[in-house]
Each structure stands twice: as C-alpha cells, then as structure tokens.
Design a protein around this ligand. Structure first.
Ligand code: FBP
Length: 536
C-alpha cells in the first residue's frame, strides 16, 4: 500500500502523556457520587453501578506483577480523529502491565460483539495505525446495545475469547449503553468489566468531569482552516456570500469554536435561538439586516456559519420534530394527518425538500439525522426572498450571490492534531489502568487539558454520575446529559462581545491555515479556544 510522507513520518510520533501514567500507578478513590438529576430513577435502574466514587490515577512505587488480561475494544458511532490512538494507548498499556495480555477489536461497531466478528490486534497491526485518523482499524457502527439477548450474546463471545473487559469508545448514547451493559454484567456476575471513552467531534460530551470529547479539537481545526480559506477567497473576489453549515448534531460547539478561530461575519448559535424563542423569520431578518448593512458599505460578500442542528432549536420546529419522532418511532409509516393542526400547518409550509428531509429515517437512537437537513440552502432561499422585499421597499441596493457548503465528513477522519493524538493515547492508557484496577461502569478521563501534557491528570468517572432521564423514541430513558453551548459561558460571551464588529468589518477575518504536526508548541500543541476560555 502506498503511503504519504506524513503517514510514514508520523508513525514515529510519540504521544505526550501525563506523568502519572508513565510508570507504576495506584488509584485514589474520591467520595461517592450521585447522578446530575433524577437520582432515584437512575439509582433504581443501576443499583450496582450507581454512586461509585470518581477515581484518580497517581504515580506509585513498584507494584506486584499484573495478571495477563484479554480485552475487547469497540468503536461506536461517528468517526472522530484520535480513535486509533485510544486503541494504541490501550494496547501499550495492557502489554506494559503484562506482555501476555491480548487485545481483540470487534468489527464494525457494537454489532461485532453480538455477532462474534473480531480480529486480534497485534503489534504489527497497531503500528500501522499509530497517529492516523479514521476508525478503519476495526470499523465503526451505530448498532444500539440495549437488549438482553445482545448482552447475553456478548457474554458467549467474550467467554469464547477469554475476554474479561470491554472498552467502548463512543459518544453520549454509546457510553450510556456501555453503562447498561456494565450493570447487567455485574448483576449476572459474569466477570466482564465495561469501560467507556469520551468520543465525538460534536463536543457535546463534556461536563464537570469531562473537559472535552476527543476529535472535537481536530475537526474544528480542519473546518476552521477551510473557513479561513473561504474568507480569503471572499475577501479577494468580493462577490459571494458563503453559507457554511457545520456538523455537530444538536449542539453548536463546533460552530462556536470555528467562529472563535476565524471571526466570520455572522454565526448562528442554536442554543441562543432557542433561548430567545426566535422563529425562522427572525433568523432570516437578522441575516438580511447584516447583508444590507454590508451592501451599504459596498461589501457584497461575507460568511455565515450555521450549526447543523439549528432547525431543532427553533421552538415551533422542535415541537414538530418531536411529534414526527413519536409518529415515526418503531419504524412506523409517516402520515401527515397524524400531526396536530399547528404542526401540520408548519410542516406543510416548509419547502418540499426540507419537509422530506425531516421525515427521513431516524438513527438507531431515535435522533433526527440533522446532517441530512440542508439548512444552509433553506436560509439562502429565505434570505434571498427577504432581500428582494427590502429592495422593493428601497431598504437594500446590493447584490446577493451565494455559495453553500457543508463541512462535516471532511473533519471526522483527519490526521489527529497533536492535542488529540496525545489526549487519545492517554485515554487508552487510562482505560487499561481502570481495567487492571477491576473498575466497571466507568469512563476514562484525562483532565487539566489546557496545561502541557505532562501536567494532565487521569482517572475514571462513574457513568451514572452523568445521567438523567430523557424522552427518547417516545419513552423515558436514562441517558448521559448532553452538553449544549452554555449561554453564560466565556466562549459564547466572547462571540457576543465581538459579533457586531465582525459583522461589518473587512479586516477581522482570521486565517488559521492547516493543522501543524511538527514545529514550535505554540503552533502545534494548542488546545481549542473553547477549552482555553473555559479553563484558563
Ligand atoms: P457521534 O455523535 O456518533 O460522534 O457522531 C457525530 C456526527 O458526526 C454528527 O456530527 C453528525 O450529525 C452525525 O455524526 C452524522 O452521522 P452519520 O455518520 O451516520 O452520517
């Protein structure tokens, strides 16, 4: 197989690790914990994994020899840069504890466990994938692990391979399922531990204990490079408004981070739209106003960042989507007459393409597939109409030529930034230590991430601590609480403080350029602006 120069050179990159993970370790246990909400309900559902303490890994003096362990690993959900480094960190951590330990990768996501499809990950295989993007070492999938028969199949497969621990690398839903699995295996006393790792480019798996999910850093840097390039083009040709939709599912963390990195003219934040109870018409009016103001200064160009989940945050649209979710639950056929009157009216008022996109198949977790809804085109169409009205009233005299973009898949498998390469490798090593310590129902965590890697801290957080009850597929379910953009947080407040200046200016664009892997730390090892504003 032919490889790029970076691929070859980068295999030798040695991820930086916290000091605590470099030698012998011991675990320090904190106080017992409780879930972020709905404590009684979560406790009843997770009697054996509820209330466990947070644990921190600390350096220790030489320890007794460790037994060899057979461990299985699963990549779950959408790709995120750094997944291969979680696996190589886990592999190195297990082998360091006992060279006879073995790591099995389940193929194609959680379904690999149920169907018994696996491969043994040997040193040769791992070495091919060190510091690379993608999840192709074993593949990923979105099968939901939630049924007892699936859990029992998992026991059969693990027993066959002598596996006594499974690491699930996934987002909030996959880690919720990891905890359900951990609880079931504990109750069955089948001797299989389950550990999670916080993955998702969306950045919405973060809380008091998890500073950021892996992949967010690289994905935002890739998108910001592209946005910066587009801004240079816009500044040069001065003839297009670029509407750029950014992945991220419900939360606007990616749009916000990219805005902080590139300073576009307009950034929509879904959480703000919801808080201000804005309608689609209000959003369109706001954009049209800035387009007209720039046109009055002779600037018929600009950039607009649109978070992919926007549509769900417009209150009337959210109610419609909720009704559609319930209507479509369990694969039911869609019938518009099943909607209540106001939802039906709104549905019928939408452009046909968007209405159709809203009724497409849900993902296995019952979520609407927002990446398939072309909100940027909807906005271009509606802003165009609004500007035509303004022109007729003499309120606007410019030209509105547009380009639309959707950045999502471009960033999910990029070569991980040094930050993600280091962070993920440390997460994998942490997972190995949690397994060795006999923990289950925990997620591996690495914190203090705005500091140099040697000062990071590592440990585990019980998954039940992050849970609350939410309505999914028409039923109340225990799930890890999703983190949306905090409207009192520093990253959002920074945007608000600069938004008017960025809207009308010609010289505030920032051009971040491509991710750098070699060179000075201030160029290569920087965390996201969001992390810096939140934690420094
Ligand atoms: P995860 O939540 O599984 O990490 O996936 C993130 C994501 O990239 C979202 O940003 C996007 O909406 C979705 O996956 C797209 O899903 P798919 O890969 O199935 O097209």
């Amino acid at each position: 197989m032919k490889e790029s120069a970076l691929q070859i050179a980068h295999r030798a990159y040695q991820p930086k690790m916290p000091i605590a993970l470099r030698g012998e370790v011991c675990l320090k246990e904190g106080e017992r914990t409780q879930s972020v909400a709905d404590q009684e309900a979560i406790k009843q559902l997770f009697p054996d994994t509820y209330g466990l303490p947070v644990v921190e890994i600390q350096a220790a003096t030489a320890q007794a020899a460790k037994p060899a362990r057979n461990v299985g690993v699963i990549l779950s959900g959408g790709q995120a840069p750094g997944g291969h480094n979680v696996i190589s960190g886990l592999f190195d951590g297990l082998k360091r504890m006992n060279p006879d330990s073995r790591l099995y990768g389940f193929l194609g996501g959680p379904s690999g466990l149920i169907e018994g499809k696996y491969t043994e990950l040997t040193a040769d295989i791992i070495d091919q994938y060190r510091n690379t993007g993608g999840f192709d070492i074993i593949g990923s999938g979105r099968t939901k692990l939630e049924e007892t028969w699936q859990f029992d199949k998992g026991i059969e497969v693990c027993n066959r391979l002598g596996i006594t621990a499974i690491v699930i690398i996934g987002g909030d839903d996959s880690n919720t399922n990891a905890c359900v699995l951990a609880e079931y295996y504990l109750q069955k006393q089948c001797g299989i531990q389950v550990i999670g790792c916080p993955k998702t480019i969306d950045g919405d798996l973060k809380n008091k204990m998890i500073e950021t999910s892996f992949g967010f850093d690289t994905a935002c840097k890739v998108y910001s490079e592209l946005i910066g390039n587009i801004q240079r083009d816009a500044n040069s040709a001065k003839k297009y408004w670029h509407f750029i939709r950014l992945m991220g599912r419900s939360a606007s963390h990616i749009a916000l981070e990219c805005a902080l990195q590139t300073q576009p003219n307009i950034t929509i934040i879904s959480e703000e739209v919801e808080a201000q109870k804005m309608t689609l018409g209000d959003i369109v009016d706001d954009i049209a106003r800035v387009v007209a103001q720039r046109a009055a200064k002779g600037l018929n160009f600009g950039t607009v960042l649109v978070p992919e989940g926007l549509i769900e945050f417009i209150p009337a649209m959210r109610a419609l989507i909720q009704e559609l979710n319930d209507l479509l639950a369990d694969g039911k056929e869609f019938d518009v007459n099943g909607l209540r009157d106001d939802a039906k009216r709104l549905y019928q008022s939408l452009p046909e393409a968007i209405a159709k996109q809203l009724t497409m198949d849900r993902d296995p977790h019952g979520n609407v597939q927002v990446s398939l809804i072309e909100t940027e085109k909807l906005l271009i169409e509606m802003v165009g109409k609004r500007l035509a009205e303004m022109k007729a009233n003499g309120e606007y005299t410019g030209k509105f030529a547009t380009q639309h973009h959707f950045f999502g898949y471009e960033g999910r498998c990029a070569v991980p930034s040094n930050f993600d390469a280091d962070y993920c490798y440390s997460l994998g090593q942490t997972a190995a230590q949690l397994i060795q310590a006999g923990k289950t129902g925990y997620m591996a965590i690495v914190r203090n991430l705005t500091r140099p890697a040697e000062e990071w801290t590592a440990g585990g957080v019980p998954v039940t601590m992050m849970m609350n009850m939410e309505r999914r597929n028409g039923k109340m379910k225990p799930v890890i609480q999703k983190a949306l953009v905090d409207l009192n947080g520093k990253p959002y407040r920074y945007l608000v403080a600069h938004r008017d200046e960025w809207a009308l200016s010609t010289d505030t664009y920032i051009f971040p350029g491509p991710i750098q892997y070699y060179g000075p730390a201030e160029v290569c090892d920087q965390p996201t602006v969001t992390l810096k504003l939140e934690h420094e």
